[in-house]
Design a protein around this ligand. Structure first.
Ligand SMILES: [Zn+2]
Length: 381
């Protein structure tokens, strides 16, 4: 492949047609009628050109993608789903490396160029950092050696062990994504668990991504604990809370103080735009200045049969869930799945601009249906 590529006749973010010159994996020039005799040429014939999509919350190691259909008769409680997952993981060999690779290929095909993935590591699994073991994070990371170079290295988010069962493990010691915290309802010790997570993050200098599922008052209580520790440890800008269903509570007296503290502490929020749960109000949070990202969460796994890792479709889910209809509103949802994710993941050189890594996503936006043909020229090492 030529180290220089001229993407002809594209419309960056729907603007006027122009060319993009890409040298050594970076955008060198964006202008009409660029002359570059040494470049390979890809004429995208007036296609809309978007920046690479950012999958900021996946569970690569859990997907059953490519494994065929399995009956799902898990009970209604959270622990039923967790137990069902553990049972099937062994019974049908859900290999984390194989499944992660499959989902990465799927994501790349949809135009995703950056992925952050939680890694399953319940208290019956080996914790990350435990004598160098941790099959799931290793599986998720394996593509660093044999990986698809069209996507940047996956950033794993590693959970600690449950302190109520066997003491804190070394979450995220070697992983850039930092520690992640399963829902508080499982061990009924939110203070103990958060103390462990924050202590590990401090010890290894890693950011934190917390799964917070509790709705209403219980979620607000958990948020208070997170605010307290973020402030006390000076971790402003290094904490993300995923799902945060309690922010979708209709009582503004409950939600507004949480929003104020999220702003003050620069805590990011991840929302999938869930259909069946209260959702953080995307527009209100963005207007307040909160950094937001999104992700597919678990797809086609032991929890449910849905999902396809398509982050452009995720834009639609966010829009539907938040009642976004006008172009400027839809653009907000698109931003959450692109620049918002890049901001939360602290990605360097992201975007459709000169000097950025060349991760362009030409889309045949007219006539529908939209067809995508990613042009990935970044060379991640
Ligand atoms: Zn998740």
């Amino acid at each position: 492949m030529s180290q220089t590529l001229l993407v002809r006749n594209g419309r960056p973010m729907g603007g006027p047609a122009c060319d993009l010159l890409i040298r050594d994996g970076h955008i060198a020039e964006i202008a009409p009628h660029i002359v570059a005799p040494d470049a390979g040429i890809e004429d995208v014939a007036g296609a809309l050109v978007l920046p690479g999509l950012v999958e900021a919350h996946a569970h690569l190691d859990k997907s059953l993608w490519g494994m065929g259909w399995r009956p799902n008769d898990a009970g209604p409680r959270l622990i039923d789903k967790v137990d069902n997952e553990r049972m099937l993981k062994r019974a049908i060999n859900i290999d984390p490396a194989r499944q992660s690779a499959r989902q990465v290929v799927l994501s790349v095909g949809h135009g995703t160029t950056h992925i952050r993935s939680a890694c399953r590591c319940g208290h019956r699994d080996r914790p990350v950092g435990h004598r160098g073991r941790g099959r799931h994070p290793r599986g998720v990371c394996r593509h660093r050696r044999h990986r698809d170079r069209r996507v940047s290295p996956v950033r794993p988010v590693a959970p600690p062990r449950h302190p109520g069962t066997d003491g804190p493990g070394d979450a995220g010691r070697r992983h850039r994504g930092g520690g992640h915290r399963p829902v508080f309802g499982m061990d009924r010790d939110p203070k103990g668990h958060l103390d462990a997570v924050f202590a590990l993050a401090q010890k290894y200098g890693r950011p934190i991504d917390i799964h917070l599922h509790e709705p209403g008052e219980m979620g607000a209580f958990s948020f208070d604990l997170i605010f307290e520790r973020t402030r006390a440890l000076g971790m402003q800008g290094q904490v993300v809370v995923s799902h945060a269903f309690c922010l979708g509570h209709p009582d503004r007296d409950l939600v507004d103080p949480m929003i104020a503290q999220l702003v003050e502490l620069d805590i990011g929020i991840m929302s999938t735009g869930p259909a069946g749960r209260p959702a953080p109000p995307l527009k209100r949070l963005l207007e307040a200045g909160i950094r937001m990202c999104s992700g597919s969460d678990g797809i086609r796994d032991t929890w449910g049969p849905y999902g396809n890792a398509d982050m452009l479709e995720r834009v639609m889910f966010l829009g539907l869930r938040n009642g976004l209809r006008r172009d400027d509103e839809v653009e907000l949802a698109f931003g959450v799945c692109t620049s918002g994710g890049a901001s939360v993941m602290r990605l360097d050189g992201y975007g459709l601009k000169v000097g950025a890594r060349a991760t362009c996503l030409p889309c045949r936006a007219r006539p529908s249906p939209m067809r995508r043909c990613p042009v990935h020229c970044a060379a991640w090492s």
